[in-house]
Design a protein around this ligand. Structure first.
Ligand SMILES: C[S@@+](CC[C@H](N)C(=O)[O-])C[C@H]1O[C@@H](n2cnc3c(N)ncnc32)[C@H](O)[C@@H]1O
Length: 229
């Protein structure tokens, strides 16, 4: 049982991730080719006997793709709607070693052997900073010592002095047919992307050593980290 003061993770999941009609067209709207990330995990040592946990899996693209390279995949998402779609995807793919779990990244309690790899893409910016660290602690607690976290998110790397210009120019670059203006504005007004220099410090304080960090376009980051716990 979580304490009563815990965050309501469903309320923070992002309205579009709870709405069945939006979730139904999620893969078309935000296509994700997982092959590069699977390749990255393989280069980092992913092996047949390993467990992989995906936090904020969405429609389940990554767990299905990585499942043939490991023993067990646990993929969690706090949105019941996403979980239904992900379970369907797993069934359709006929894979037997993927468990889709309806849970939040903060609350999740891992069962079974510790994971060798954790993965998370574009999920943590839904949590305010205090809860991001709680989530990173949870992620760490699923990993064996020396386990690897591969994480992507919308993380800012523009200069804080240039924030308004950077955001206006990002908004102009976004495809207007994919996202409504309100959705794009909500990223700043309602969600919790933070700066890379803050996020790196969070990763370290939570117990990760950062092996690699990559920043792209002022708005996107990828990290490879090793759990020191
Ligand atoms: C932008 S989508 C990304 C989905 C997937 N990782 C991908 O890249 O295609 C973010 C996902 O994170 C989930 N999410 C948001 N907050 C969460 C939380 N606290 N715990 C677990 N899942 C969460 C949402 O429901 C949504 O499915």
């Amino acid at each position: 049982m979580s304490p009563k003061w815990f965050i309501d993770e469903v309320q923070h999941a992002g309205k579009e991730h709870l709405d069945p009609s939006q979730v139904a067209r999620y893969d078309e709207k935000i296509p994700f080719d997982p092959s590069g990330e699977v390749e990255t995990l393989l280069k980092l040592g992913l092996a047949d006997e390993d467990t992989v946990v995906d936090f904020g899996t969405g429609t389940g693209v990554f767990p299905v793709a990585v499942s043939e390279h490991c023993d067990r995949v646990v993929a969690i998402d706090v949105s019941e709607t996403m979980v239904e779609v992900a379970r369907e995807k797993v069934d359709d793919a006929g894979v037997q070693n993927v468990e889709i779990v309806h849970d939040g990244v903060v609350r999740y309690e891992h069962e079974g052997s510790p994971a060798s790899f954790a993965f998370s893409k574009n999920a943590l910016h839904h949590l305010p900073d205090f809860w991001k660290i709680e989530a990173l602690k949870t992620i760490g607690s699923t990993l064996e010592s020396g386990g690897i976290l591969r994480l992507h998110d919308l993380v800012y790397s523009f200069d804080p002095d240039d924030s308004h210009d950077a955001i206006e120019s990002w908004l102009e670059r976004m495809e207007p047919t994919l996202f409504t203006e309100v959705e794009l504005h909500n990223h700043f007004s309602e969600e919790f992307s933070t700066y890379g220099f803050i996020f790196e410090s969070m990763l370290q304080k939570a117990g990760f050593e950062i092996l690699d960090s990559t920043y792209r376009d002022g708005f996107y980051a990828a990290y490879t980290c090793e759990w020191q716990g």
